[in-house]
Ligand binder design. Structure first.
Ligand SMILES: [Zn+2]
Length: 90
């Protein structure tokens, strides 16, 4: 391998290495996000700390029959609560 080839190889290696470090950093950020927060944003304070605390069948018979459920969310940060309707049919 000539000196030029060696230096090219080294440049590519350096690029790849910094790319890997960059990717590792992003993976860590994603893991932290999923471990510590919800993907639902609290409508009251805007924190990604909005978690399902209860799931109940829809009180309306017709709605329950087509698979609708009520999910109660609570924000861990500000304690704001909200009930949302979800369909369990996909
Ligand atoms: Zn909140």
């Amino acid at each position: 391998m000539s000196i030029i080839e060696k230096s090219k190889f080294y440049q590519n290696f350096k690029k790849t290495k910094s790319k890997v470090i960059e990717l590792e950093k992003r993976i860590n950020e994603f893991e932290n996000k999923f471990n510590t927060s919800s993907d639902s944003k609290c409508p009251a304070c805007g924190a990604y700390q909005f978690f399902v605390i209860e799931t109940n069948p829809h009180p309306s018979r017709g709605a329950a029959a087509i698979g609708l459920v009520l999910r109660k969310y609570q924000c861990k940060k500000c304690k704001f609560e909200e009930t949302k309707t979800f369909s369990t049919n996909r």
